[in-house]
Design a protein around this ligand. Structure first.
Ligand SMILES: Nc1ncnc2c1ncn2[C@@H]1O[C@H](COP(=O)(O)OP(=O)(O)OP(=O)(O)O)[C@@H](O)[C@H]1O
Length: 249
């Protein structure tokens, strides 16, 4: 039996006594692209925090590949293949694009205390090149990361994530702040992230991108999941339209 890349099983989270996430159940299959949408304050970031381990749920479980990770710290979930982007950038501006990715590769794999798991500089550079090609930055390896345009910087952030070879990715508004003309190219990179069976869960306000990329769309409203279905079915759902799409489109 193939387990979902990610399963959120009856998860609730309270901030103090205030309920923020209410019994959310959601799966992302291997190679599946699920978008998580909902109005501001619906609880999307809070749910990401529970999934990535920054918050401990008050009820429910989080599973990766069938294994219960609910009690694991964020870095242990990362080691098991969970990657997450944040809205703030983690790029070293004064280093080159390739150096940034090489550092990420080294941190993920080369930094092991066990010598037989260490990688040579050449292997690290090759892995970094491969990742840069995947995100379409293959030609820009020597450029200072700080001089990249916003859309390119977003690609670099994705490259930094891919350096750790994640099995499951949480993307937090990958299109935020990207100019309209750069959106299609970045969307293509994001679309490619499910290659090799990787699961993707993406929060994104850009509805065109959501409807274009997602296999399924999960709708969160006041901390509860209104539904999770194909983009067409979600767009046609009257409750969803009243709760969210009517306001947003
Ligand atoms: N640590 C906290 N303590 C108290 N309230 C919190 C805490 N974290 C989040 N909240 C509240 O929980 C609700 C959901 O917030 P969250 O940031 O998860 O929503 P969101 O869907 O990501 O919103 P946005 O689209 O604006 O980023 C908000 O009302 C927020 O004020």
């Amino acid at each position: 039996m193939t387990h979902p890349a990610l399963a959120v099983d009856g998860v609730s989270w309270h901030a103090g006594t205030v309920p923020i996430i209410n019994e959310v159940t959601l799966t992302v299959g291997p190679g599946e692209f699920v978008a998580l949408i909902g109005p501001n304050g619906a609880g999307k970031t809070s749910l990401f925090n529970v999934v990535s381990g920054l918050r401990r749920p008050s009820a429910g479980r989080v599973l990766m590949g069938g294994a219960d990770v609910t009690r694991l710290a964020p870095h242990k979930r990362a080691r098991r293949g969970l990657g997450r982007t944040f809205q703030t950038s983690a790029v070293f501006g004064s280093l080159s694009v390739a150096e940034n990715v090489a550092l990420a590769v080294q941190a993920a794999r080369g930094g092991s205390m066990r010598p037989w798991r260490r990688r040579s500089d050449r292997q690290i550079a090759a892995a970094a090149r491969e990742v840069l090609d995947q995100v379409g930055l293959g030609e820009l390896g020597r450029k200072a990361a700080g001089s990249l345009a916003h859309g390119q910087k977003r690609k670099l952030e994705i490259a930094l994530l891919l350096a750790a070879e994640p099995r499951m990715l949480l993307l937090d508004e990958p299109m935020a702040g990207v100019s309209a003309e750069d959106v299609p190219a970045l969307a293509e990179v994001v679309r490619g992230l499910t290659a090799g069976g990787r699961g993707v869960l993406m929060v994104e306000h850009h509805m065109e991108v959501v409807l274009d990329l997602a296999d399924r769309v999960a709708v969160l409203h006041h901390g509860s999941l209104l539904g999770c279905d194909t983009p067409d079915a979600v767009m046609a759902d009257a409750t969803v339209q009243r709760a969210y799409l009517g306001e947003a489109l």
